[in-house]
Design a protein around this ligand. Sequence first.
Ligand code: ADP
Length: 442
Amino acid sequence: MGNLYWHNALQYLGILYSEKEETHLDRRRNIFYTRVLLFSGTVTILALVKGLMGTPQWLTVIPFLVFIIFITTSYWLIKSKNFKASKLLFLFGLNLFILTMCSLVSKEKLTFVYFYPLIAIAYVIFDDSDHRWKVVCIVLPSVLMIILAIFDFKLFGNIQFATSDVGSYTMIINIVASVVVIAVCIDFLIKNNRTSEKLLRNMARDIQKKNEDLEKTNTELDRFVYSTSHDLRAPLLSIQGLVNVALAESTQDSAAKEYLIRIGDRTKKLDGFIQEIIDYARNARTELRPEPTNLKELIEEVIKNLEYLEGADKIKFSITVLPNELVFLDKNRIKNVLSNLISNAIKYRNVNTNGMWIRVSVTNEKELSRISISDNGIGIKPELQTKVFEMFYRATDKSTGSGLGLYIVKEILNKMNGHISITSEYGKGSNFVITLPVRYES
Ligand code: ADP
């Protein structure tokens, strides 16, 4: 129970081993840290042995022993891959050890300078994801140094190492050792920087290459889809022609006539599907071609082309748009969009309603044109409204289409920097609103 509590607390503080994937730089950092740890361990043991060989003051041996325990535990944590916990333990131990040494050794030996490399080590061994621990390990030695500077810090009262006559040498050794450690840390940082730069450059090159490959594949795929669809249409159209001829000639056999009508229907549907794929591929592979467009005429033309659709004759169409205004738009694309939306409004009409209607209105603002297509058809269930723009998505079993229409509409509008939104009430009707950036002809 208690164990679990500590485990959870350490995990919360982000000290325990996390599942984070080790990057190349993390690995370098960890190797560097392991070397620092082993080096400190060796130096401490040597210093302890040297101390024991003289006339040892037993109390002063204790800090060395405690620090060796810290180092051993930190090393054990490395072995169990708990790098963060190991680094923290080591740095806290080192801070404590240097603090103790400062209080045991006379001030002239400048033992406190070891706090500087400690800051450098903390800076190097923690990465940015361990930011808070990095800050703690940088602030701690700084605070300890200030405390030492202000107060006459004596951890063990008046007990001190015997002052030897090599005091000034120790001072020089302390300064040189600190400078060397700081230099090693800076060197590591510079090398790390160079490695990251190299990695970034390689990654950028990889991404660029992948992008080029992807673009090539995309273009080839679009070309393939476009030409295949075109090639498929030709035999389909001749089948349709042959069906029409056969229908005209086989007036006697009613069963054969029925089959021919069905073949005709199926080929028409297939042709519609292929036409949709062609529309999609054309949108993807061709550039925008804005031209002066009279939206009123265009909407009338689209509705006229759709008059043959089943049920269209029972619907009342109304158009609200300024008659003579010309806008600069890609006419073919917007025609395709309107055709898709108006044919949907016809297909998904509500046959149980008296007075079916479809209203198309255009309002022009500064550089935006807003086209709204509303109907009092079957509507779309709220939870399906965001999905209708997905590829091959059908929101009703009344659909006999491929579920591609609204996807193509969205793709075309994306290309035109436009936008489409939908509001619909199930059983009452739908309203699609397109917004498009346009220029007006002066
Ligand atoms: P398709 O019409 O081929 O099924 P679309 O992509 O054109 O594919 O439309 C996706 C779905 O959105 C349709 O299956 C239909 O359920 C719904 N939908 C589209 N327009 C309307 C509309 N005006 N009224 C009701 N439902 C619509």
